[in-house]
Write a protein that binds this ligand. Sequence first.
Ligand code: P6P
Length: 339
Amino acid sequence: MPQGVMTLARYILSRQDTFPDNTGEFSNVMLLIGVAAKTIAWELRRAGLVEDALGLTGEINVQGEQVRKLDDYANEVFLKTFQDTGLVCTIVSEELEGPEHLMQPCTPGSYALLVDPLDGSSNVDMNINTGSIFAIQRRRFCGDDEADLLQAGRKQVAAGYILYGPSTILTFTTGHGVHMFTLDAAIGEFVLSAQSLTIPERGTYYSVNQGNSRRWQPWLRTFLDYLQTEDKASKRPYSLRYVGSLAADIHRTLLIGGIFLYPSDTKSPKGKLRLLYEAAPMAMLLEQAQGQAITDQGEAILDIEPSQIHQRVSVIMGSPYEVGLAQKFLQQSKVPVLG
Ligand code: P6P
């Protein structure tokens, strides 16, 4: 390996002072997330060649969604990677109804990992990007109930995603900027590819499932119509890019700017995305990259006090310019029309 390659391990160990504890435990948590990511990436790469790896298990998860075999696989990878390490007390997973306690008794201050093990898995059979999305919290008090894990996103000690695509990219923040690492298969290591990334002030793309437009609040349809209307002076119309895999859509937004939206609608009145292990980690990344992340009621996602571990939330996140514009349209919709 050429000297000076900044691997994930070297990066983490050389910046212990920016991590939440000085025992090295947190560093090991991040390194094991890298191990889980490499394991899942390897399985995804060969899934089409391995008999019985793709497709559905026939089960329905707590979200009411069909479980894919790779959902189960990715969930098992995160559980087994942290089992018996003494590093993580509790795992909350999109695939599990309740918290999984790995350490008994858990001690206040120990880490909880909140994860969507394979987000966008419906794309995997078509070889389209998928991701793992994670947040790390500290347990405040212990006990088996969920109360301790219902912490606002501002309390996250770290957040990030792994994007499985042409490259496997681990993006995370510990509150000291957003950093990206690309998996170099030749050496089996994540190598630093972007440091202290900031989102462009404005972009040229909006990202939403346009098929839901008939179900949106009127102000949102007005806002997106505005983005689609020709006006060279304000660099419109915007183009639509939508993968339907949150890690992919947020990765693009972080790199080239613009706005991602999964608003509430008549079918999903609270929104579709899960707060604790999808919206809040992405919101931490966006704010750390000087972007913004709000609900379609204008509330900062990181300020929301959760009420249950799988709760859903509406999401509008991206460059300051476009999110600010959305807020203006939202505010204008609240101004009473004088009769
Ligand atoms: P829709 C994937 O199922 C996911 O949770 C996110 O990755 C993605 O942003 C969203 O749902 C896509 O939902 O309704 O557009 O297919």
